[in-house]
Design a protein around this ligand. Structure first.
Ligand code: PEP
Ligand code: MN
Length: 349
């Protein structure tokens, strides 16, 4: 259930409600909305309505949440969440663009790509240092050395960093290098990992599992929020269907649905969903038209030589063209693209 406090509720009234909830055996989660406080009460307890909380000072109403996910749901928070990563806001009017190689391969490769995506307008550099590969014989990533290269790229370009963590024991170490922690599709239901990134209080990019329903994806996000970490960005990266002409199928309908069911921002990854760089442009336009808050794009200056996911990686030139093509769609949706890829750029096309 959620306890909606009155607009003018005092701090001590909020604290009283939280104390009462703790006595009732709930873990209270304070959600500071625009202008009013909402308290999420989650726990295993079955509760009868009325709960007695209704009469406490400052309480406006007590609402049961019917969805299996609670803190993640729009019932708990009506307004869309904006995730702040330093001075970057994810979920606002401006779309976030995250771009970079699938894997960090060496410092030259990373810096070349980082400078190129920055010049095109990206705000976040992606790059895997721990790669969860389907085959144990494929390149597994440079691990901590790769994280150090990401740190160098951040220092050089000012880009924020997003990188994947695959093991709960490494969360603290990865958190020391990155701005956003990525949970990959294969780990979406690794519950101890989800709890650990929740406890880290770092912004989390949560990719949808290859075979996860929308509800399972939101439940995975709930694990992070249940640790009092509300900084979650959902990423639709395609699901497995019977179609074999693409690597996965981008579930366009999941975008407006996730945004309707949850207050969390949603971004799309057209590269992993298609496995084909040529499809990244039309899929990005479709995702932006469907209401995403940003894009995650794989970019490599030499895709043919990439150690990982070359066929779905865009060259810096293709990436720039993709942003230019997305630009009018973003404008039609009342959104804008960052940096160089701002409204007006597409007019030059
Ligand atoms: C990635 O972003 O490089 C990645 C491995 O993605 P996913 O977990 O979506 O397969
Ligand atoms: Mn990849």
């Amino acid at each position: 259930m959620i306890i909606v406090m009155k607009q003018n509720a005092q701090k001590d009234e909020v604290e009283k409600v939280e104390e009462r909830l703790a006595e009732m055996g709930f873990g209270p989660h304070r959600i500071e909305g625009t202008g009013r406080v909402v308290i999420g009460a989650v726990g295993e307890q079955k509760i009868a309505f009325p709960t007695g909380l209704e009469v406490l000072a400052g309480v406006e109403r007590v609402v049961p949440i019917t969805a299996p996910y609670k803190l993640v749901s729009r019932q708990a928070k009506e307004t869309s969440s904006i995730i702040k990563v330093g001075d970057l806001e994810i979920g606002g009017k401006e779309l976030v663009v995250m771009a970079g190689p699938c894997a960090v391969e060496n410092e030259d490769q990373l810096l070349t790509i980082a400078r190129a995506v920055k010049a095109a307008g990206a705000q976040v550099l992606r790059g895997g240092a721990f790669k969860p590969r389907s085959s144990p014989y494929s390149f597994q990533g440079l691990e901590e050395q790769g994280l150090q290269m990401l740190e160098t790229a951040r220092r050089e370009t000012g880009l924020k960093i997003v990188t994947e963590v695959i093991n709960p024991q490494e969360v603290e170490m990865v958190a020391g290098y990155t701005d956003i922690i990525q949970i990959g599709a294969r780990n979406m239901q690794n519950f101890s990992l989800l709890r650990e990134v929740g406890r880290s209080k770092m912004p989390v990019l949560l990719k949808r599992g290859l075979a996860a329903t929308l509800e399972e994806w939101l439940m995975a996000a709930e694990y992070v929020l249940a640790e009092n970490n509300f900084q979650v960005i959902l990423c639709e990266r395609g699901i497995r269907t019977f179609e074999t002409s693409t690597r996965s199928t981008l579930d366009i309908s999941a975008i407006p649905q996730a945004k309707e069911l949850s207050h969390l921002p949603v971004i799309a990854d057209p590269c992993h969903s298609s496995g084909n760089w040529r499809l990244a442009d039309p899929l990005s336009r479709a995702a932006v038209a469907a209401g995403v808050d940003g894009l995650l794009i794989e970019v490599h200056h030499k895709p043919a030589e990439a150690l990982c996911d070359g066929p779905q990686s865009l060259t810096p030139e293709n990436f720039e063209q993709l942003l230019a093509a997305v630009n009018p769609i973003a404008a039609a949706m009342g959104r804008s693209l960052p940096g160089k890829a701002r409204p007006g750029m597409a007019e030059g096309l």
